[in-house]
Design a protein around this ligand. Structure first.
Ligand code: BES
Ligand code: MN
Ligand code: MN
Length: 464
């Protein structure tokens, strides 16, 4: 991998500038106002895949945003790595809280990133991390050191649920044939503490609507006599957790996989500082389910959170009103064995059952997805482990993440393939938040580490 390493080091500046160009296109998948830009991003990436020398590059149209595909097949005797990433990003708002415009990337030093970090929407999630793969493959190709076959599949709807990618995958099973899926869309513990993600939570996302009277009412004339949907919604939501912060939906925990003492002890070995955690978030204390540590609460335990709540009058000054309707968006993070659709159904049944007389309740499901755990005794994990050892000088720790990438469970179901999650972001990189950033250290170290994964994976596959 000498030539590859040299190529990377000689082209660092260009690699950075190319990522900055990609970050300048506002590929917000959730907001139709950006649809031209999202499509433009797909074209831009396809052109780039051609530029680095991939074959069969295609902007594959779907019912939504396209999937960009490219490959380099050396021999059918060699293993094939299928890389997945996404080029769409989250909306940038609240815009006012950004120190610089979200689609005009700037490099700035921070305490955690003394070498500098790229500030822009998508810098870490996932353009920066996805682009590391493009650059790693470029370096391998240009140095004639690509050891195996590679396929790249980059989608534009991850942040809105990957529904069309799911269809694309079922319709392109032959094209997507591979031995392993490789994804960089998660994080690691710290720049001096590499980790490999071994799990993702599932998701059930829904919206609730509580309706009281058929119109907004004068709160003096009617106050005290009719159900106020906001009061009721607040009561209903607060009843969804008990005093131990357990979720009260009947059956919610039925399928939850409990970890053994040994597994929990193993987890507890990963470094975690309560004080640093609170300090970073300006909190006086953490909060969560009794009987579990913060890292456990955030990975191996399911959750229920309100993501947004609204209704009534929220404008300037005061308006005395009993609103007709109240709304909330609610997400539940799920763990292995829980089934997203089943949980959505349990929620719906329960939420309807706790509604008092005098209101009507409507529950509308949004997207969902299943949790995954990935093995740590696989060839892919071992190869990744050796790759991190090579570039970080120390072994990576396995860590289950609390985030969700619903398509990963789909890959396993539809393609029968396991995924290796090589994430290089940090929790402090502010993904989905204002001032999202990605460390230059992380970007370059990722580009350096990925080629070793290809090398060791190919070697271990040949020797199995
Ligand atoms: N890349 C994230 C997921 C992630 C981030 C996993 C960090 C682990 C560590 C992904 O883009 C994302 O934001 N997923 C959504 C779900 C999706 C259906 C909108 C999420 O986790 O909320
Ligand atoms: Mn992502
Ligand atoms: Mn995301």
């Amino acid at each position: 991998m000498k030539a590859t390493a040299a190529y990377i080091s000689e082209n660092k500046e260009r690699f950075l500038n190319e990522l900055l160009d990609l970050l300048r296109i506002p590929s917000v998948s959730a907001d139709p106002a950006y649809s031209n830009d999202v499509n433009r991003t797909a074209d831009h990436i396809a052109e780039h895949l051609k530029f680095i020398g991939l074959d069969k590059v295609e902007v594959c149209q779907t019912a939504g945003y396209p999937v960009v595909y490219g490959e380099k097949i050396l021999s059918d005797k060699l293993p094939t790595v299928l890389v997945y990433g996404h080029y769409d990003v989250q909306p940038a708002d609240p815009i006012d809280l950004w120190h610089a415009p979200p689609f005009e990337p700037v490099v700035k030093k921070t305490e955690i990133h003394p070498e500098g970090a790229i500030f822009a929407r998508g810098a870490c999630d996932d353009k920066g991390q996805m682009f590391m793969h493009v650059k790693a493959v470029e370096a391998l190709l240009k140095s004639n050191e690509l050891p195996c076959n590679v396929k790249l599949m980059i989608e534009g709807e991850e942040e809105v649920g990957s529904e069309n990618l799911a269809i694309f995958v079922t319709q392109n099973k032959e094209r997507l044939k591979a031995d392993i899926i490789l994804v960089s869309d998660t994080g690691m513990i710290a720049n001096d503490c590499p980790s490999i993600t071994t799990g993702l939570r599932g998701l059930s996302y829904l919206e609730v609507e509580v309706t009281g009277p058929n119109r907004d009412l004068h709160s003096g004339l009617y106050g005290g006599c009719v159900a106020n949907p906001i009061n009721i919604l607040a009561q209903m939501i607060s009843s969804l957790h008990d005093e131990n912060n357990h979720i009260t939906i009947p059956g919610f925990y039925d399928k939850v996989e409990e970890l053994s003492k040994e597994e929990r002890a193993e987890m507890a070995k990963a470094p975690f500082s309560h004080d640093a955690y609170c300090k970073a978030l300006d909190l006086t204390d953490v909060h969560g389910e009794t009987g579990y540590s913060t890292p456990e609460r955030g990975s191996i335990r399911p959750t229920l959170d309100v993501n947004g709540i609204w209704g009534g009058y929220t404008g300037e000054g005061a308006k005395t009103v009993i609103p007709s309707k109240a709304y909330a968006k609610i997400s539940m993070r799920l763990v292995p064995n829980q089934v997203s659709d089943e949980i959505t159904e349990l929620f719906t049944k329960h939420f309807n059952s706790i509604a008092p007389k005098g209101v009507r309740v409507k529950v509308t499901p949004h997207h969902g997805g299943e949790a995954v755990v990935t093995p740590i005794d696989s060839i892919a994990y071992k190869a990744a482990s050796k790759a991190y050892e090579q570039t970080f000088g120390k072994p990576a720790i396995p860590v289950r993440s609390g985030g969700s990438i619903p398509i990963v469970a789909m890959f396993e179901k539809e393609l029968g393939l396991k995924t290796l999650l090589m994430g290089f972001g940090l929790d402090s990189d502010a993904i989905h938040s204002p001032n999202e950033h990605y460390g230059l250290f992380n970007y370059y170290r990722g580009i350096e580490t990925i080629p070793y994964f290809y090398k060791y994976y190919t070697e271990l596959m040949a020797n199995q």
